[in-house]
Ligand binder design. Sequence first.
Ligand code: C5P
Length: 228
Amino acid sequence: MPTDKSIPVITIDGPSGSGKGTISRMLAQELGYHFLDSGALYRLLALAAERRGIALDDEAALVVLSRELDIRFPAASDSEQVLLEGVDVNNEIRTEAAGAGASRVAVLPQVRTALLARQRNFRQEPGLVADGRDMGTVVFPDAGAKIFLTASAEERARRRYNQLKEKEMNLVFEDVLADIEARDERDANRTVAPLRPAADAALVDTSELDIPATIECVRYLLKNHLNR
Ligand code: C5P
């Protein structure tokens, strides 16, 4: 089914730890829009591959898997449930290891192409907030409102560390920082859909902003400068 280009899309791209997940979710809830967490798709794909013994660089097998994968994001935007073959795997896909797996499968061009239609199907009435790396550049280039959130690597590592330390007891800050830097490097330098702001995106540096200040800034941009 072709997606309706008249349905509004707000894209929120940026590196991990920029706050885009939280902001996108809040915004979708506030507007009553659907929500696409595209990073979760790559995380799910890596998890499903590992479970089936498929190597994370086996492009042909991953393409087949990404087409047939039974993935659902059930409830409204306030739920964080992510179902893989009917089972909630949200906790499993949010670990650092799952993120690293996701960024490995995400470098494969045919995997990205195979996931395009799946992502575009999220564009449903009354509108969509799409969170990722290439939402404004590749997946929804015609989106009326594009935002690129960023923050320094140290600040993003600090946020990630605070988020993960309760779940991962032996976590070391320097490891989180090194991981963020390695992931940034891979995401920014891959040949297909590298992480970069769309030419028509509004850039917001959240290094010195907390969540309420960031959402305030995003609301201001949507109201005054972006065409939703
Ligand atoms: O956003 P999140 O941290 O969940 O994404 C995990 C990984 O998936 C990213 O590091 C990136 O490599 C990949 N990704 C991507 N394109 C997207 C979303 C995520 O390449 N649109």
